[in-house]
Ligand binder design. Structure first.
Ligand code: GLP
Length: 236
């Protein structure tokens, strides 16, 4: 485990963006596993600047995102598809056809989960997986539970996750979905590299995840077993 301490949020974003850009420079056809939430926003902003400055190109990159809310259309501003298009894909030279997210509007969620696992498999797995972390230790939307779930699955969001994410919905908890589709632990753990970014507000859960026992009760703790985990952690 490689822990990189950042002095502030901007430094964290800069360091993480440098690692992602380096991955793409080394392997232009990289498969990037991407994340949503507020923490990666600065990382994406810096990647956009790097691409505009012709320091890196995403033309040959393909991406798979971790998760999507159930029942939220891609065109809705609160969907993770919208977040990714708006905060990254529309502003870089990636081919939109090469960007994948689960479909939260699918009629059959089991079939959609199987399809998404197949997409990841067909891509040959993830080269670099970017992750944030939830206050309860979730990664993607792998919520605390009795066992680590390996494949893409439909998950009932915990009350604390719903409360934390309700701020993104105009009517708060009233509009906040109760279910999501999330990539499971297999593609995350099989990713060649994992890059976890976390701000100072995640201090306690980061300590639990990286220093505590490996347990599905703290889903991110499984990352202790990843051979190439880099954590960019911001202390203030
Ligand atoms: C959501 C996402 C996670 C993300 C988490 C933390 O729950 N599904 O992938 O890591 O939010 O988000 P933030 O960075 O806003 O704290």
């Amino acid at each position: 485990m490689n822990i990189i301490r950042a002095i502030d949020h901007e430094d964290m974003a800069c360091k993480a963006a440098n690692l992602i850009a380096a991955q793409v420079l080394i392997k232009p056809k990289s498969i990037l596993g991407l994340a949503t939430g507020s923490t990666p926003l600065g990382v994406y902003a810096r990647l956009i600047l790097k691409q505009r400055a012709a320091e890196v190109s995403f033309a040959a990159v393909k991406s798979v995102n971790l998760d999507e809310y159930c029942g939220i259309a891609a065109s809705d501003e609160t969907s993770y598809r919208y977040y990714m298009n708006h905060n990254l894909f529309d502003q870089i030279d990636i081919d939109p056809a090469n960007t994948y997210l689960p479909d939260g509007m699918a009629a059959d969620f089991d079939a959609e989960c199987a399809r998404y696992d197949h997409v990841i498999e067909e891509l040959g797995g993830v080269d670099l997986q970017l992750l944030g972390i939830g206050m309860n230790g979730h990664i993607g939307f792998n919520e605390p539970c009795d066992h680590f779930k390996m494949g893409t699955h439909c998950v009932q969001l915990t009350q604390s996750t719903r409360e934390a994410n309700a701020i993104y919905f105009s009517r708060g908890m009233e509009d906040m979905p109760s279910f999501a589709l999330t990539m499971g632990m297999r593609p995350i753990m099989q990713a060649k590299r994992v890059l976890l970014v976390a701000g100072a507000n995640k201090k306690e859960v980061i300590a639990q995840a990286l220093e505590g026992p490996v347990t599905p009760r703290v889903p991110a703790s499984i990352l202790q077993l990843h051979p190439r985990l880099t954590v960019v952690y911001c202390e203030q």
